[in-house]
Design a protein around this ligand. Sequence first.
Ligand SMILES: C[S@@+](CC[C@H](N)C(=O)[O-])C[C@H]1O[C@@H](n2cnc3c(N)ncnc32)[C@H](O)[C@@H]1O
Length: 264
Amino acid sequence: MANQNQVDEDDIDADSPFPIVHQDHQVAQILAVQELQHHLPSIKSTVVIRQLPSQGLSFKIWAAANTLVALLEQYHQHPSNSPLSSVFSCRRPFSILELGSGTGLVGIAAAAILGTKVTITDLPNVLPNLSFNAMANSGTLLLNEGIVDVSSLRWGEVDDMESIGKDFNIILGSDVVYHDNLYEPLLKTLRFFLGGESETVFVMAHLRRWKKESAFFKKARKLFQVQILHSDPPLPGARVGVVVYSFARKGTNGVVSNGTISSV
Ligand SMILES: C[S@@+](CC[C@H](N)C(=O)[O-])C[C@H]1O[C@@H](n2cnc3c(N)ncnc32)[C@H](O)[C@@H]1O
C-alpha cells in the first residue's frame, strides 16, 4: 500500500482518495516557514529571522547562537566587564567574519549591536535564506550603522578562503562542531585565518552533544591556544550548557587581560 505522505500533490485530483494528504501538505507548507523576532535590548532594536526548519539544520537557529548574541549584547552594555572584553576590546575597529552562519542571526545581530561590517558565510545552498534575512533587517542595520555581506565559504576550500581574504580580526561561529567529517575542514579553515602572524581570534559558541567532539578539541588545542570565555548553566533537562571558547594563534592566547579566563 502506498505511503500517503509520499503522494505528490500533482497526483491528487478532485476525487482523490487522499484528501487528508492535501491538507497535511498545506499545513506543512505553513509550518515550513517560521519568522522569529529576536529583540536586542542593548540597542533597542529587533532582528527578524526567517527559519525554514523543514529544509535542514542550516535553516534553523541553534542554542549556541542565542548565547553568542546574548554575550554580544552584554559586551555592548559593559565593554570592559563582559566575557568578550578580553578578546574584543583590543581588536577595535572590528572586522568580523562568521563561519557557518545558518540563518544569519549571530552575524546580523553582531553587525547591528557593534555597528560594524560582518561578512556572514555558509554553503552555497544556504545563501538565499541568509541573503533574505540580511535584506529583511536592512532598516535595523542602517539605523545602527551595521553592514552585512553574504558570501559562500565552504570550510577547507582554499579558493573560497582566498577569495574572502584574511582581512578579519574576529571570526565568529556558533554550533559549527557536530559531524566528525567536518572537523578537519573546519580546522583547515581556522589554520588559514589564524595562522602565520595573525592576531585574529575565533570566538566559538558550542553545545557539546557527543563524546567524539573531544577529538576536535584535542586537535584544536595542538594548533591553537584555546580558552573558555564563558559557560552557560546546563540547559533544562541536560547535563551541559553552551560554552564559548576563544581560539588564537599559539603564543598569543588572543587575550589582553587576565580576567577570569581559564585554559581548556
Ligand atoms: C548546526 S548549524 C548552526 C547554524 C548557526 N551558526 C546557528 O548556530 O544557528 C551548522 C552550520 O554550519 C554550516 N556548515 C556545515 N558544513 C559546512 C561547510 N563544509 N562549509 C561551510 N559551512 C558549513 C551549515 O550549513 C550550518 O549552517
